[in-house]
Design a protein. Structure first.
Length: 73
């Protein structure tokens, strides 16, 4: 299932959804199907590991374990 970015025309909320091809996505805030699919941003090449490392460090400071790799837990 692909992950898409959407913007709701009714309430102007922006959100991401995992969508199957047969599903009709709706806004999680107001429930309307009147939404537009946006172009998703991608991680710059060579920066993904640095971003993941900084996110793991932030999670460690906050006490979360969900952002750690299996070996880091």
């Amino acid at each position: 299932m692909p992950l898409y970015d959407y913007r709701c025309d009714a309430c102007d909320k922006q959100f991401e959804l995992l969508v199957r091809s047969a599903d009709v996505p709706t806004c999680p805030a107001c429930g309307t199907p009147d939404i537009k699919r946006l172009i998703s941003s991608i991680a710059p090449a060579g920066k993904a590991k640095a971003v993941a490392g900084s996110m793991r460090a932030a999670a460690a400071r906050e006490g979360h374990l969900s952002n750690f790799s299996r070996s880091g837990r």
